[in-house]
Ligand binder design. Structure first.
Ligand code: SF4
Length: 275
């Protein structure tokens, strides 16, 4: 679709790629966007929060309107109390349908884009088709994550892919400007984490790991999770309690399977997590 966007927004996950894209926009290596928006689901790692706070200040200082917004609820509590599903693994080996990305990321950011553009967050009149261009920080090595926006007035765009950039290019870019490398951005309890990512949380973020282990236990037989037919659910895709998983062996096995293939850690296409 040919578009004539009046507003350009960056969906800022807070991780390497979307941060790199925002820095490129601030430094003139990409066109300047109207705003950079991060939506905080309430339970990212302390490391992520530090990085997001640092870049929030840096981007605003460099002339890019950048915000963190806070959806009313908190993913840590909602999953248990309010039945908003994160993709926990069921005994069939499949994850629950993911509701969290919509609830904590896509809907709040869409509303904020509308407000910034002068619209009511929900009510008509709506922006014209293609009025908002949403930049998503996927790189060439994860191009299969691209998907179209469900809203006619929002057109997704992937500038890093257009530039042929990979994750490594983003690292090089930030380092060449003397900027810190953001950690992977995702909720601590995100079930899309692979063994290697859980090892990282366990070894580098002990407080977050403790909470994840506790939440994993709490959800095990969480019948209050609406429509869950599985007797037990797990944060870890190996279908064992997180603190009993042999993460090192699983990580090595995954690595062996992936030889020659790109490291694909997630299956989330929302564009606002893991970017
Ligand atoms: S990072 Fe994972 S748990 Fe958090 S909103 Fe995204 S998909 Fe859901």
């Amino acid at each position: 679709m040919k578009t004539n966007p009046k507003f350009k927004f960056i969906s800022w996950g807070g991780g390497l790629q979307s941060t790199c894209m925002a820095v490129m926009s601030a430094l003139g290596d990409l066109p300047k966007v109207d705003a950079v928006i991060n939506s905080d689901p309430g339970f990212e790692s302390q490391e992520n929060y530090k990085s997001i706070a640092w870049y929030l200040a840096w981007l605003n200082r460099h002339g890019l309107h950048t915000e963190v917004i806070y959806p009313e609820n908190n993913i840590k509590l909602d999953f248990i109390n309010n039945h908003i599903h994160i993709p926990v693994w069921t005994q069939t080996g499949a994850p629950l349908t993911r509701q969290c990305t919509q609830h904590y990321k896509l809907i709040p950011t869409k509303r904020r884009y509308r407000e910034i553009a002068g619209y009511h967050p929900v009510n008509p009149p709506h922006p014209y088709p293609g009025e908002f261009e949403i930049w998503i920080g996927f790189t060439l090595d994860e191009h299969e994550r691209r998907s179209k926006s469900r809203k006619k007035y929002m057109v997704n765009r992937w500038p890093l892919i257009e530039l042929g950039m990979t994750r490594d290019h983003c690292i090089d870019y930030l380092q060449s400007h003397g900027l810190p490398i953001p950690p992977k951005s995702a909720c601590v309890i995100c079930p899309y984490r692979r063994a290697k990512d859980w090892i990282y949380i366990r070894d580098h973020c002990p407080g977050d790991w403790k909470q994840a282990v506790l939440i994993d236990k709490q959800v095990r037989h969480a019948r209050p999770l609406a429509n869950v037919t599985s007797d037990s659910v797990y944060l870890y895709r190996g279908l064992v309690p997180l603190d009993q998983a042999n993460l090192e062996a699983d990580a090595a096995a995954y690595e062996a399977r992936q030889k020659g293939a790109a490291h694909q850690i997630i299956i989330c296409d929302g564009g606002s997590c893991w970017t």
